[in-house]
Structure formats: C-alpha cells, structure tokens
Design a protein around this ligand. Structure first.
Ligand code: EPU
Length: 438
C-alpha cells in the first residue's frame, strides 16, 4: 500500500474538518490493559439535562469526543456557561434561550435531546429538524408524539421544529415505534416530564443503561422517577430542579469494541471499568464464538480460546444485542471459519462497512436485513473508507487482524465516539498511527 504518511498528527480531539486516517500494520495480537471512558450516549442527554436548572451542575467522566465538544458548543450557544477539562464538565445554565443554532444542531443528531429540557424549562423549543443519516432515516416522530401527549403544540417550518406549551401536563403514553423503543425519544420525553404538572407514564420506554443513567442524574437534581430500566417509566412532575453532581457510566459500546478487537487479533486484554451487567448480550455472543470473557473484580478479561466459531446475531433494543456493536461483530465473524448471519433490526441501512470489509478480502453478502458472512478467509490490508462511527470501528478491528497495512480514511467519524482510540490501541501493542489523509 502506498500511503506513506508525510506527517504523523498528534492532537487533542477538536472539531475540525481536516481529514485524518489511521494507518494500521495488522497481525499483532492485542495484550495488556485498557481503561474504558465514560459513555458517549449517556453523556449527551445528561449534558442536555443540565439545561433544566439555573443552578450549576458537575458531570464527571465525560468522554472528550467531537460529539461531546459539539454538545458543549450547543449548550453555550443557548446561553449556558460551560467548562470542560480533564473529563469534568461544569455547566451553569442560569439564563438560556429556547432557540438553538441551526448549523450546530444539524451536525449532530444526538442534539435533538435538548428539545425536552427547553420545553420543560422555557415552555418553548425551536431546533433544526435533524435529517436522516447514513445508518437510516432516523425520524423523530416518537419524540414529537411524546411532547404532544404532554400538551405541546408542534409546528414544522423552514427546517425547524417549533414546540410550544403553556404548561406541560402529565399523562400516560405509548412510545413504542416500528423498531421497538426509542432511546433518545425516551430521554427527551422523560426530561420534559420532570417539570410537568402531575404524573407521566411512558409505556414501551427504552430500557438502555444510558436511560437509567439519565434518570439517576435527574433524580439527583430533584426529579421523581421510577421504573427507569424497565419498559414502564413513571415521572411525577416537580416545581423545580436544582444543581447536581454525577459520574457518567462506562461506555459499554467502547468496551465491546475492545473485547472484539482482542478476540479478532487472538490476544488477551483486561478491560478496566467495564460493566459486565451492561454487556450480557455481547458477552453471550463472544462466548458462542469461542471467546472467554471473565469478570475479575471491576475488570473484564477477554481471551480467545482457539479458532473463532461462527454464530448468528440479531440486533434488538436493550437487553438484546446492541446495533452499535453489529459492525464490529461482523468484522470479527469474517475471521470465523463457517457461515455467520448478522441481522440488523434497528437501523435499515447499517451495513456500510460490508463493502469496505470486502476490500480486505471478507466474503459477505447482504440479504434483506441480514449480512451472510462466509468467514475464515484471511484478511489482507487495504485502503478503506469509514462511513459512520461504528463502521469505522469495524474497519479498525479488521485492519488490526489483517496481514499488511490498512489505511482507514475519514476517521473523524470514529473521533465522534471513541476517546483516543489510537492511543489506547497502541498501549495494547497495536501498530497504529494517526496520519493526515492524503
Ligand atoms: N425511531 C422512530 N421514530 C423516532 C425515533 C426513533 O421510528 O422518533 C426509530 C429509529 O429510526 C430506529 C429505532 O427507532 O429504527 C431506534 O432508534 P432510537 O431512537 O433508539 O435511536 P437514537 O435514540 O436516535 C441512540 C444512540 C445511537 C444508537 C441508538 C439505538 C445516542 C446519541 N445515539 O440513537 O447511537 O444506535 O440509540 O441504540 O444515544 C452510535 O453511538 O453509534 C449511535 C448511532
């Protein structure tokens, strides 16, 4: 492969448009210890929840990612004061406005979760309508259905969603959709309901650990919530919330990604701070594939036992197998001799990694919502293009396992959700460098 880097870049994560790649010399089994960062998908709604009070909030273990940096910018654009250093974010949203910058919000779909807090605190929210993205259509009809059920009037005009209400009023609602529950929809409605009059019951609520983490933070702020983590969440509205401190849960998707990377490279690693109870479905599939995952105190030790075995995986809402780990698992199964079937039930077009994995020699066919992986052919390095966050992680895993050099281009997708992934992998022995994309 020709991509010899002119410069090896070394930077802290920042929001920038200049393109970078990972250059990976594969075939090295990962060994050693890796520390898991705070969860991106828990941190984003928790950051939005700081808008619910005029008092300062302190959030610890916030991962330093381009997505969390974007969210800081959004909070600031709404008038909040924010300080983010060494994983600790302090937000003081003393005086805020209900109108979010179109361009900022449009860039990150997760920013939709500022709508619930704005509606609850200011009784109005005007934010740009998030579009679809590469992994699927990603509508927000369920978020809006929940707000309407609480009494909000919704208008969609000029690319904006306008939500207004005199006073939100609690009610019982069913929030399930075509693919089951909605994670950010549940978060949004829960954040709106905490300051509503009376009792809100959300049926078919998302059960993801990130929803529970948000509920814990809201409870620390003085909210009254029960049932988070189950399909029925009950919120009893309160007059006012106060400032609070909170530590974000470890990122289960990052932990799963490193576990799969260890399995794919036939290594043995200790994952520090990962929560086995958040990873049951992933651990179960790794075990089926011939990978041992052992809990040792607060750590998980991951070790492959001989050849990988094929299996089948279907993504489902929690506690089922997470869609955010589907791409990485697909990459791993290309190395397991035999046929594995990976079925994606959450996002309709989350198979962008498949054609890139083929460049490394993988044999995968898409049949409707399933990828049929004919595994066992050795992978060999090639230049590949990252298309979204988890697809990028899959390409990195495949590159680590492949013979020769793999260049993963457009890794700004990866920087949205993995904190210092290259540095963490280097510590595990991987030969990986961040280079400027040529
Ligand atoms: N859906 C609707 N209507 C809605 C909302 C969702 O039909 O109003 C559908 C979606 O199209 C999808 C399904 O419901 O088919 C589930 O989507 P969900 O709303 O749960 O996704 P999300 O909350 O927008 C979060 C994560 C995603 C993760 C999904 C599913 C954040 C910031 N994002 O998105 O994370 O894939 O839940 O677990 O929390 C990632 O980290 O790579 C990522 C994409």
């Amino acid at each position: 492969m020709s991509a010899k880097p002119a410069t090896v870049t070394d930077r802290r994560y920042k929001i920038s448009n200049f393109m970078e790649s990972f250059l990976i010399k594969g075939g090295v089994p990962l060994h050693g210890e890796v520390e898991i960062s705070g969860s991106k998908n828990a941190a984003l709604p928790i950051m939005a929840a700081t808008l619910l009070t005029g008092e300062p909030c302190v959030i610890r273990r916030v991962p330093d990612l381009s997505d969390t940096q974007f969210m800081v910018q959004i909070l600031e654009s709404l008038g909040a004061m924010a300080k983010f250093a060494n994983g600790t974010l302090t937000v003081h949203a003393k005086k805020i406005k209900g109108y979010a910058d179109y361009e900022l919000v449009r860039k990150m779909r997760g920013s939709i979760c500022i709508a619930g807090p704005l509606l609850a605190r200011l009784h109005k929210a005007r934010i740009s309508l998030p579009g679809g993205c590469i992994i699927g259509a990603r509508p927000i009809n369920l978020h809006l259905k929940g707000f309407e059920a609480l009494g909000a009037k919704i208008k969609i005009e000029g690319g904006y969603v306008d939500a207004t209400v005199k006073k939100l009023a609690g009610t019982t609602m069913f929030l399930g959709g075509r693919a089951g529950s909605t994670v950010l929809g549940t978060a949004n409605v829960m954040m709106a309901a905490v300051l509503a009059d009376g009792v809100t019951v959300i049926e078919s609520a998302a059960c993801e650990p990130e929803v529970v983490d948000l509920a814990d933070f809201l409870t620390a702020m003085g909210a009254k919530i029960s049932g988070a983590g189950s399909p029925t969440i009950t919120v009893t509205g309160v007059e006012k919330l106060h400032g609070a401190e909170h530590e974000v849960i470890p990122d289960r998707i990052e932990a799963a990604t490193f576990a799969i990377a260890a399995a794919a490279t036939d290594g043995e690693i200790t994952i520090r701070g990962a929560r086995a109870d958040h990873l049951r479905a992933v651990i179960d599939k790794l075990n089926e594939a011939g990978v041992s995952v052992e809990k040792r105190g607060a750590n998980l030790v991951v070790r492959r036992k001989g050849k990988l075995k094929p299996s089948d995986v279907t993504t489902l809402p929690y506690s089922g197998f997470p869609t955010d780990v589907q791409a990485q698992m697909t990459a791993m199964f290309t190395l397991a001799p035999g046929i594995s079937i990976i079925t994606e039930r959450i996002f309709e077009s989350r198979f962008m990694h498949v054609s890139e994995l083929a460049r490394l020699g993988a044999d995968i066919e898409i049949e409707g919502p399933s990828a049929i992986v004919k595994g066992g052919r050795p992978l060999s390095g090639a230049p590949v293009m990252a298309s979204d966050l988890r697809a990028s992680a899959a390409l990195v895993i495949a590159g680590l396992a492949a013979k020769g050099t793999t260049q993963v281009n457009r890794i700004y997708h990866l920087d949205r959700g993995y904190e210092r992934m290259d540095a963490k992998l280097r510590k595990l022995g991987a030969r990986i460098q961040r280079v400027e994309e040529k």
